[in-house]
Design a protein around this ligand. Sequence first.
Ligand code: PHE
Length: 449
Amino acid sequence: MANIERDGFGSRFGVLVAVAGSAVGLGNLWRFPYMVGNNGGAAFIILYLFFVILLCLPIMFSEFVIGRRTQSNAFGAIKKIAPKSGWLSIGVISVVASICIMSFYSVVGGWTLEYIFKSFSPDFLTSDSTSLANQFSGFSQSSFMPVAMHLLFLTLSALIVVAGVKNGIEKYSKILMPMLFILVLLLAIRSLTLDGAGEGVRFLLYPDFSKITGETMLAALGQAFFSLSLGMGCIITYGSYVNRKENLFKISFMSAFADTGFAILAGLAVMPAVFAFGISPGQGPSLVFITLPQIFAQMPFGSIISIAFFFILLIAAITSAISLLEVVVAYFTEELKMTRKVAVVVTFIIIGLFGTFSSLSQGPLSDVKIFGKTFFDLFDYASSNVLLPVGGLLVVLFVGWRMKRADVLDELTSGGTIALRKSLFSGIMLVIKFLAPIAISIVLLNSIF
Ligand code: PHE
């Protein structure tokens, strides 16, 4: 089954930083803090953790199993096991969801680039929140600059992907991920040592369960999928590049742990500072682009902290964007037989265009609504709250009911070379077959009605 010419990861550390790089992204640093703020703080976090352990880990095993077993892109992988069947919708969802996510992700990536440049200017930081809010809306709602920045961000990501899996994705993840970790840690320490930081920590730790509704549950589930890069073929694709000897269990656990740790660390970097300066945590998406600069302005060496923070955001976004691009690029090269270069260019054009719409929907096109949402919000909502949960549901059903149990075992134990207790395996299969599909369906149905 193995194809000798196929690119792949060169080392275990490489796999880990690439998967963690995909998982840790804007989802942790930009989305998680405002989701927590909007959905009641600690109660949301508990729900989130519950979903990660109970549902996301089994889905991650499942995606890795499909990918490594078939050594194929997300669509090709399903085709190898269940050709000409409805299961192929998993492959379709993967490619569509990648494009949807990138179409707003790259725009936010562009904002991040702009804010790195802004941070160098001496009159950017001010403690006047109205002025910062005006700066952000003035920039994000204009026509030219945000689109240019989105395209610049997309170009940077595409340049890494065009270099390949080992020489592009793996190489850059190895450099960027350790850097990211150190910077976030420093930022969290700075935030936690501010006067009045305790209030923010309390907000993250003491749950108010009355805040939980069907919509909150879907939001937590969607956030967990989004943050762990699940339900859209990303882990199938990366899994197809993982060496046969690697322990898929270990890799899944370590990646999920790294991602969740990172989300919490990001919460600890953001919330204490927000509370210490008496700002409301329920700011929404603008939290990091308005609130944080206001806070940086009031800290010693604020400009340096600001540059560091937006640089962190950029690194996190790029290592995730490359994994999203790779889903589409792998599909184009393997299924449509394009060369890698052509595949990257075609992907660039598609996302460049959709991303432009989503950027313009912040300003000039803000009146154009589909299902009552702007392009930007539609791409976000459709991917996190619809495509990923449905994709995740189909993936567990596929592994639980369509794949041969013996094949799943063979993959999880690397052909019998890794010990796996029988009871543990049975437990996992039980979750994959019954618990996960039922739980995801309940959350989905609950939010519809
Ligand atoms: N996990 C990434 C983040 O948290 C986003 C992402 C989603 C990346 C799906 C790949 C696939 O930012």
